[in-house]
Design a protein around this ligand. Sequence first.
Ligand code: HXC
Length: 519
Amino acid sequence: METQKKIKRLVELRGQARLGGGQKRIDAQHAKGKYTARERIEMLLDKGSFEEMDMFVTHRCTNFGMEKESYLGDGVVVGHGTIDGRVVCVFAQDFTVFGGSLSETMSLKICKVMDLAMKLGAPIIGINDSGGARIQEGSNSLAGYSEIFERNILASGVIPQISVIFGPCAGGAVYSPALTDFIMMADKNSYMFITGPKVVKAVTGEDVSVDELGGADVHSRKSGVVHFKAAGEQEGLNTIRELISYLPQNNMEDAPVAVCTDPVSRMDDSLNAIVPDNPNKPYDMKEIIYALSDNREFLEVQPLYAQNIICGFARFNGVSTGIIANQPKFLAGVLDCDASRKAARFVRFCDAFNIQILTLVDVPGFLPGTGQEYAGIINHGAKLMFAYGEATVPKVTVTVRKSYGGSHIVMSCKQLRGDFNYAWPSAEIAVMGASGAIEVLEGRAMAAIEDPTKRAEFVQQKEAEYKEKFANPYQAATMGYIDDVIEPRNTRFRIIRAFEALKTKKLSNPLKKHSNIPL
Ligand code: HXC
């Protein structure tokens, strides 16, 4: 009888914990179009796989009468479960408890599940929906954040870390997501900023709305802080599930290999015609990516930011592959500060987690001008070069069209330890384009010709000579900088063959404490 009473009490307590801050606040959360922490976890994980921990933890604060108001589990739900049968650790801040604000005990719960993730070698996914530091707890809350940040830093490059923003994430709290590998934001109700609109107004006089300052659109288009933007929470969590399918559990493992239903030797005749005859005419590089990858599947990372470069995950013969590709459709595929930063971080992620890299090149150069120079293009471009040059995962490069100067080198050239570097017959590998080169080489001769028609004819002839020599892949191929010139329609097969051969690749960098990447 006594035992039955005890079990009944447990069931009651569990029920109480599941209500978080109470039904009224749950209703308020729903009224805003938001799900609760537990609902989000259920939506993210395989059905019924969630094992919750620490649901009886309560805060210890006695300031401002806080001892009279306390909720089982405090403001975060933590535990582990599975995605497609693979273990992940999760925490979801519960806005119904003091606005999900971070207490000392909440940070202990989050740190506990982060430590578990490290111990298991499993990804950690954090769902953020919080009013920031719990004001009543003062520096205890700040210390709690710092404990989380330190764990984010130590886990970086060891287990995949993914942040989801489904509500407020303001002040120093933004730095936990910022330290993780990927950030997902929902289109509505979500914002991230260091200081809110009121403080901005007080300090700078600027009038700005919450969305303009730190909404999903701003962070996915302008700042580049966010990697995925979703129309709603369910869509966002589905994308996280998809993302996880491309990732290994940790840096000591490989990503799972999917069953490939797309023929390895599938030829695609459309690729033989995709590059326009006019080298200045754009085309959509994504069409090439879709044509090459298994079942035309591609999960793009940061699709709205620095669209002149494309980054994302696909599979080749079932093997997870990071793709980096210039996009001639956007700013002619030029490399600028934002594109360099975006691609560098992606290359480093792939390298840290043993994901092979395919690079598709069509790049006219680095974007010239004071705007870019003052913004530090030298530094940002160096990041991308560093990332490629440091990466030891299998690297296959296909030059589709232009590959000029410094941008040729940066985009995974042979000398940056590219393993297999192929080129299409449409490739142009040179120091610079024809018109720029003739301007430099023949400037004096051009100036000496007074008749404009004759000068134009002279320039045309010199450009034609230059193109004959360099607007092709063969000068580079004769030197062995390109391993083979391949027929475009056969590219999928050649890529898969190359990666198959690279399965046993072993390459390591000199021992060091860490490198000093130009940040
Ligand atoms: C304690 C908080 C809280 C906080 C919200 N609540 N934020 N309690 N500490 N930081 C409580 C509210 O009192 C309220 O309690 C409940 O959560 C819901 O909040 P509402 O204001 O009713 O919700 P809403 O209108 O949706 O507004 C959400 C909000 C707002 C925009 C997040 O609550 C807000 O501005 N909060 C303060 C944000 C803030 O300045 N945080 C500190 C940032 S500095 P009841 O009982 O009514 O349900 C920081 C430093 C971190 O975080 C440093 C790390 C290194």
